[in-house]
Design a protein around this ligand. Structure first.
Ligand code: N01
Length: 535
């Protein structure tokens, strides 16, 4: 399908939400010759790789969709309040078919080097099998949570059981029946997978380092009339999402918990809890900015969780939170805490008994030996930068992005990198991305990149790149914005790069909220792409 010697206008890496729309935007709107390179053998990105049991989105399905095409909105019908991985993968396949995207996607190819050549003003891209391509524009659409974080466990290579990482789950069904299973991690992925694994496994041991707050998902099948209503009301839903701080289809409550006195406060908290979902987090004003309000909410959630767990010692371990509620993205669960009441499920506190090493048959901690047929690593990701650094990107002066970002990622608007001309990162570090309902910030970034390229093409310009001082200022301002929130109180969060040994500690996503981010981008465009060097 692809001609390795041919030159493209644009190469896009990654066939998830971002890459698929970018291909459509550049190919069908700007009429550019494009190639999308994807490591998997199908579309989906995050939703191609994260197919672990229970994988499900935490944005409501009607919001977790493309909104750039009324046609797509009208033709697709979601079946559940929160879409599961198979349904999202099916949706992205539907989009790829509707927009006829597959003809310009090269599947099963892993990009391992992207080098900019000044003489030709082009990017030379090679893949693991030695194929080579070149293009004027290079767009990384590799996702924020796509580089698995695998913990270092001494002797793991000698372990004879099966090991799976939630972020790189095999396509075939894994049967846990009759097996002893260990899960390391209690983040959002583990919280979704554990109840389902526990239903099958003979024995399930959960190895926890830090407990996580979680809100009931309250998932349900969408009645036909509700789906119909969502389709009819898509314009007003979009308007709300564009105004919301997180790109979600509701706005933050207008009163803080501090302003509401008892017994109304508890009643309102209870009502919001019963509805479940991420809307609980936004039910009151300033929960992530005002410590006193947050304390009220954190205590309420802690008590609600503790009520579900029968064994007081287990309850203590599962609620010994080291961060304010929602300063890490709160997972949504279905029977996670109740699962620890089952006879076949036990919890190991890794602070009390750290893992010493793997054995032939499992794991040995400081005080116990665990024989495990299957070990599930639900240990998260080298978020926001890991997948970009894996591309081997080399910019204007022969500098690799890994070296350039050694002390932390430098971007302008979370998209442009100084000294990396015509290189664009979608949902990159310094963009709102993971703090939002992803399709909203992705659509905004894709359209921004489309506008930049359109501007260059129409004006006979060769390149666009970030002004180093604008990038420095963007990063500095973002750290200040983050410091005004309680996000920085979650000292061990991946938002701060704290889950990866040696990773620079700073706040990786843009902390000012989606509307403020869009305003900054729109203002830069109005000022003739201020903060960017065009040549
Ligand atoms: O990863 P995580 P995740 N030894 O980093 C533990 C999105 N998401 O894949 O907290 C022992 O949150 C680690 O312990 P600790 C969502 O944005 C969304 O679960 O660092 N344990 C933690 O418990 C989410 O935030 C959805 O002490 C180790 C766990 O592994 C993001 O993805 C669903 C360890 C990792 O948790 C990441 O979630 C799923 C070690 N060496 C994911 N290293 C929805 O849409 C790590 N851990 C609902």
């Amino acid at each position: 399908m692809t001609d390795p010697v041919s030159n493209y206008d644009a190469i896009i890496v990654g066939a998830g939400f971002a890459g698929l729309y970018q291909l459509h935007r550049l190919r069908d709107k700007l009429k550019l010759k494009c190639l999308l390179i994807e490591a998997g053998d199908g579309v989906g990105g995050t939703w191609y790789w994260n197919r672990y049991p229970g994988a499900r989105c935490d944005s409501p399905s009607h919001a977790y969709s493309y909104y750039f095409s009324e046609d797509l909105i009208k033709k697709w019908t979601w079946t559940e309040r929160y879409p599961g991985q198979p349904e999202i993968e099916a949706y992205l396949n539907f989009v790829a078919d509707e927009l006829d995207l597959r003809t310009d996607i090269c599947f099963g190819q892993t990009v391992n080097r992207c080098k900019y050549t000044k003489d030709q003003n082009s990017w030379h891209v090679t893949t693991a099998d030695g194929s080579a391509f070149s293009a004027k524009y290079l767009i990384a659409a590799v996702g924020c949570l796509s580089m698995s974080n695998k913990p270092v466990i001494k002797g793991i290579e000698t372990y004879t059981g099966s090991i799976f990482h939630t972020g790189n789950w095999p396509k075939e069904d894994i049967n846990f029946s009759g097996k002893s299973v260990g899960v390391i991690g209690t983040g959002a992925s583990a919280i979704q997978a554990i109840p389902l694994i526990a239903e099958q496994a003979k024995r399930l041991t959960v190895f926890q380092r830090t407990p996580n707050y979680s809100v009931p998902a309250c998932n349900y099948k969408l009645p036909g009339k509700v789906s119909k209503k969502y389709k009819e009301e898509w314009r007003s839903t979009l308007e709300i999402m564009q105004t919301s701080r997180n790109g979600l289809p509701w706005l933050e409550g207008d009163k803080s918990l501090q302003e509401i006195s008892e017994p109304t406060r508890t009643k309102l908290l209870e009502d919001a809890w019963q509805k479940g979902g991420l809307a609980f987090r936004e039910a009151f004003k300033g929960t992530l900015r005002d410590r006193k309000s947050n304390n009220i909410m954190s205590t309420f959630v802690k008590n609600k969780i503790a009520e579900k767990i029968e064994n007081p010692e287990v309850a203590k371990l599962l609620t010994d939170f080291d961060h304010p509620f929602a300063s890490k993205r709160p997972p949504l669960d279905t029977n996670y805490f109740e699962t620890f009441n089952k006879e076949n499920v036990s919890l190991v506190d890794l602070n009390e008994q750290p893992i010493k090493h793997a054995t032939l048959n499992g794991l040995e901690t400081k005080s116990e030996i665990f024989n495990l047929d299957v070990l599930v690593l639900a240990t998260g990701f080298d978020a926001m930068t890991g997948a970009i650094e894996k591309l081997g990107v080399i910019g204007r002066f022969g500098t690799s992005i890994n070296d350039f970002w050694r002390d932390g990622p430098k971007t302008y608007l979370g998209v442009h990198v100084p000294n990396f001309p015509n290189f664009f990162v979608l949902a990159g570090p310094g963009s709102p991305s993971v703090l939002t309902n992803m399709p909203r910030s992705i659509e905004f970034n894709v359209e921004w990149v489309g506008d930049c390229i359109d501007h260059l093409e129409k004006n006979g310009l060769s390149y666009i790149e970030a002004d180093p001082s604008a990038s420095d200022e963007w990063s500095k301002d973002n750290q200040n914005l983050a410091n005004e929130t309680l996000f920085v109180d979650a000292k061990h969060s991946w938002y701060l790069g704290a889950n990866i040994p040696g990773k620079p500690r700073l706040f990786y996503p843009y902390a000012g909220g989606f509307p403020k981010y869009k305003a900054a981008c729109n203002e830069a465009k109005l000022q003739g792409f201020d903060g960017l060097i065009l040549g």
